[in-house]
Design a protein around this ligand. Structure first.
Ligand code: 5AD
Length: 359
């Protein structure tokens, strides 16, 4: 196809910006905005090749596996998008006992997992004392493992107590850096409190994860630039980016889900902005498209989080509809995941997989 002069000039500018991003690991906000608005399929392929290359420099072809344990779906929070928010009366609530959590970790350790991600709603039952007891026991049983917590907003003192008990990492997405939309999504809370928590986590020495959902209502390119800039400034060790997926039992049931292409674009951009970041191909990404996980990994994602939650509880941790249930509590299921990753041309690393930003 013959390109007009205008198209050629535009194409040149796209390639120039992608190259600059690859070399400098940053762009100005107006450049990022222009790139998001103008990138076409062909230049996207180029961008994805460079984001994959950036991951390869630091991580080679390895993909870290984390064992995810969804240990409680009780939640006091009002997040409008989330299927386990406090208002949803149709979800069957569950809470794993200390023994169930420890047994899950033991099984995971036997399968070779060296990172356990304990994720839950903001469940007041899990006081600092209870979580510390669980974490201390995990560390006693499996001294060489890393424990990641993802239990929402808590006070500085609480984060400090949990850190001292041995928690290594903490995931707390900022969800959106658009303050007004943040308020709409969380009518009783503020973005600044979330940001404060993230700063506290960083200052306490946690390997910290932030991130956002793609395709939230009214989202514009400017909002993505805000999210990317927020992450670039925060310098988190981990970033979780996935599409927003509608859940029918929430007040947002009539808003449509985020799309694959935009999610992939955001993953590639963040890999280039934060070259060493630990970047999962999220469950949500794998849930909106059968090849979402593969495409995420092929452009620079380097973590996946197989679900170790006991099968009887798994269906109830329903934060969005049609969540991919990729069990790996058995050696067979885990082998299937490894075979999948191998078939994309990568290999699974079951080690702790600490951030390369701090060591
Ligand atoms: N769609 C996609 N992601 C969601 N999360 C919660 N609800 C949804 C949804 N409906 C994400 C949030 C949260 C993480 C644990 O899951 O970003 O931080």
């Amino acid at each position: 196809m013959i390109k007009t002069c205008e198209e050629e000039a535009k194409n040149k500018r796209i390639v120039k910006l992608i190259n600059k991003l690859y070399i400098e690991n940053d762009l100005r906000d107006d450049e990022l905005l222009w790139l998001i608005d103008n990138i076409d399929d062909e230049s996207k392929r180029y961008l994805f090749a460079l984001s994959e290359d950036t991951r390869r420099i630091y991580y080679g072809k390895s993909v870290y596996l984390r064992g995810l344990i969804e240990f409680t779906n009780y939640c006091r929070r009002e997040c409008k998008y989330c299927g386990i928010n406090v208002f949803n009366k149709s979800v069957k609530r569950y809470r794993l006992s200390k023994k169930e959590i420890l047994d899950t970790c033991i099984k995971g350790n036997e399968l070779g997992f060296k990172t356990f991600v304990l994720q839950g709603g903001e469940d007041p039952y899990f006081t600092d004392k209870i979580i510390c007891d669980i974490v201390t026991s995990i560390k006693k049983m499996i001294p060489d493992c890393a424990v990641t917590l993802s239990v929402g907003e808590r006070s500085y003192d609480s984060y400090k107590t949990l850190k001292i008990a041995g928690v290594d990492r903490f995931l707390l997405r900022h969800e959106t850096a658009n303050e007004e939309l943040y308020r709409w999504l969380h009518p009783y809370s503020y973005l600044h409190s979330r940001v404060e928590c993230l700063k506290n986590l960083k200052s306490l020495g946690y390997q910290t994860g932030a991130g956002f959902m793609v395709g939230l209502p009214w989202y514009k390119s400017e909002d993505y630039v805000k999210d990317l800039r927020f992450l670039k400034n925060l310098q988190p060790e981990m970033v979780g980016i996935g599409p927003y997926i509608t859940h029918e039992d929430t007040s947002m049931k009539n808003y449509k889900s985020g799309d694959l292409e935009t999610t992939l674009l955001m993953l590639a951009l963040i890999r280039l902005l934060l070259p060493k970041v630990l970047l999962p191909a999220t469950t949500a990404l794998g849930s909106i498209s059968p090849d979402g996980r593969r495409r995420g990994i092929e452009l620079g994602a380097n973590v996946i989080m197989p679900n170790l939650t006991p099968v009887v509880n798994r269906g109830n941790y329903s934060i969005y509809n049609n969540k991919k249930i990729s069990g790996s509590e058995s050696a067979e299921a885990l082998q299937m995941i490894k075979d999948d990753i191998n078939s994309y041309g990568y290999y699974c690393d079951m080690g702790r997989g600490d951030s390369k930003m701090i060591y």
